[in-house]
Design a protein around this ligand. Sequence first.
Ligand code: ADP
Ligand code: MG
Length: 727
Amino acid sequence: MPGTVTEPTQDKAEASDAAPSAKGKAAGKASGKDAKPSSAVARLAKMGLRRSVDLVLHLPMRYEDETTLMPIAEAIRRSGLGQPAQVEGEVISNEVTFRPRRQLVVKIADDSGELTLRFLNFYGSQTKQMEEGVRLRVRGEVRGGFFGAEMVHPTVRPVVPDEPLPDRLTPVYPATAGISQAYLRKAISGALARTPLPETLPAAVLQGPLAKLKLRPLAECLRLLHTPPPQESEAALADRSHPAWQRIKFDELLAQQISLRRAHEARREKNAPSMPRREDGLLTRFLQALPFRLTGAQQRVVEEIAADMTAQHPMHRLLQGDVGSGKTIVAALAACQAIDAGYQAAIMAPTEILAEQHYRKLSAWLEPLGVPVVWLAGSLKAREKREAVARVESGEARLAIGTHALIQDTVRFARLGLSVVDEQHRFGVAQRLALRGKAGSAEPAQPVQPGPDTVPHQLMMSATPIPRTLAMTYYADLDVSVIDELPPGRTPIVTRLVNDERRDEVIDRIHHAAAEGRQVYWVCPLIEESEALQLQTAVETYETLVAALPDLRVGLVHGRLPPAEKASVMDDFSANRLQVLVATTVIEVGVDVPNASLMVIEHAERFGLAQLHQLRGRVGRGTAESVCLLMYQAPLSPTARERLATMRETTDGFEIARRDLDIRGPGEFLGARQSGEAMLRFADLNTDAWLVEYAQEAAQMMLTRFPEAVETHLSRWLGGREHYLKA
Ligand code: ADP
Ligand code: MG
C-alpha cells in the first residue's frame, strides 16, 4: 500500500474536482464580481474545498427567506422588529448626494408606498443598475431613518419578468474574501447534483447501537440543509437542532472518533525502548535518599508509568494532578527508570523560571547519585549552549532539563528514552510532537541504541484537569493518570476578595505575615494589550511597596529581566533573603517556595480561572495557614464576578476547571493553540456532547466489523486532513 498506514483511500466519485462544472465560467461572469475562475478555484482550495464532497459538506451558516414578497407599506409597518423583508418596486429617483458624505440614495415605490435605499459604498455600475424606471427586488432590514423608512445596503437585483420567486430558503455560506455567495451556491449545487453520497454507516450499526438516534439518510439531510423548503423550521435550522443537523454532527464526531482510535493503534504499532524497572539501580537509591514518603496517589501513578515504560510501544500518558500535588517527583522517578535502563531523559518546561527550578531541584537530587544533568535554555551563552548540546549528543548527559531550547534542531539526543513535558497545556501541539521525534538521531555512542522506528516514551504533566467531554474527544488517544491527593501536612488556603480601595489593609497584612517569618507574593495585573505597560506597572508597584514597607526586603521579577538576574532574585526569595516578591505572571507555573504563605493578586478580575488557580497554588505548600487575597477593581463584569466567586468557594482544581468550562465553553477552554485545526466544524461540545458516546460505540463496531465503511467514512469527512486530529 502506498503512503502511510493512515492515509485515507480516495473515493473516486467523491474526490473529483471541486470547481463548478463549467469551471466557474458562467458564475464568474454572472455576478460580475469574481476574479478569474482559476483564482476562485484557488480560493475555494484555500478554504479546504478541493473535492466535490468538500463542497457538499460546506454547510450554510444561516438562511435567508426570499420565498415571499411584502408590499412596501407592510415592510415599513414591520420595521424595527429586526426582521429582513423582501419587496419589489420601481425606481422613482436615483441620486448621489455628498452630505454628510458621498452616498447613493435610491427611492423605489410600489402600489402601497415608497422606500429609500441608501448605499454608502457603491460602484458606478450600481448606479446604472438602479436607474429610474427599473424594477428592483430588494431584501434588507427596514429602519426608521432621519428621512423616513429606509434600507441601508440592501441586497438588490433587477426583476427578471416572469421569474418565479424561489421556493426554497436561500443558504448563506461561510466564505472568504473574493468568493461570492452566488459563486459558492452554484459550485455547491453543482457538487450536490453530481456527487453520489452512498450511506457509509452499515445497517447493522444504524439499527444496532444507533437505533435510538433515528438518524436520517445523510444524502437527504445534506440536500435539506443546502436547500430547505420554507416549511422547515427556520429556528431549528438556524440553531442547528434540526434532525438533519444532528445527522451531520454525528457523522463528523464519528470520523473524529475513528481517527483518534486509529492514531492510538498506530502508536501501539510503533516501537519504543522497553525499560523495565531495576531494583538495584538509581531509582531505588533515589527513593531511599528522599526526605519524605510518596503519597498513595503518587505511588499508584509511578506504578502506572513504570508499566508503560516497560512495554515496547511508546507511552503517551498525561499525568494530571492539582497544583502542589507533587508531580515533579513522579517525573524524576520516571527519568530514573529510563536512566537505569541506559537511556537519556529530557524534561521540558514552558518558562525559564520553571525549567530552571526543575533543573536545580533535580540536579540537587540526582547529581550526588552520580547522574550528569544538563541545563538547556535559550538564554545560555553560545559557548555554554554548544557545550550543553555536545553533552546531550555524546550521551554523557543522562538527564536534560530546559525550555523549548531542548527541541531546537541543533539538539540531537544520543538515545532519548523518555521525554517529559511539564505544564503541557502551555505548549502547542507541534512543540510536544517535536520532542517526541527526537529519539537517538545521532551516531551510536553507547551500546543501547533505539532503532530507526523507535520513539521515546512521553509523559505530559498538567495541573489543569480535562473535563470528561474533552477527554473523550480531543484527548481520546491519551492515557491518563491522576494524583488525587495532596502531600500530608498542607493547610487549606483561605481566599478573600478585597476591593482595590482597601490596599492599605492589604499592606498591613503583608507586614503581619513577614513579622511571623512568612513570605509574600504580590502578582501585578495582567495587561494583555501591552507588555511594556505591564512591566511599568510592576516597577511602580515594586517602588510603592519598597516605600510602604521600609523594614522589609522586597524583590521584583518579570519577564524582561536578564535570566541571571531573574535566577538570583528567585534564589534570594527561596532562601528567605527577600520577604516580598513582586512579580508579573512569570511566576504563574510551578514555582515552589513552601515558606510563602500570602498571595496577593492585583486586578484579579483580569485573570482567567485557570491562571488564578495556578497563581494561588504558589502558596499553601507548607504547614503555615495560607491566604490568597484577590484584589479587584469595581465594577465587576458578570463573568469576572462569577470567576472570583468560584475562586472564593473552592480550591479544588477539578471543580474550577468544570466551572471554567461552564463559563467559557470548550472551544475557548482548549484555547486556539490546543484545538488548532482539530476543532469540530459542526458538532458543538456544549450542546452535542451526548452524541459522543454513540459515536464512540459506532466507531468501535465499524473498526472491528466494517473496515471498508471506515475508509469511505474517513475519506468523505477528512480527505487528506486526518493528521489534524492526531494531536
Ligand atoms: P506540582 O504537582 O504542582 O508540580 P511539586 O512537584 O512542585 O507540585 O510539589 C510541591 C511540593 O510538594 C514540593 O515542595 C515537593 O517537594 C513536595 N512534595 C511532593 N511530594 C511530596 C510528598 N509525598 N510528601 C511531602 N512533600 C512532597
Ligand atoms: Mg509542577
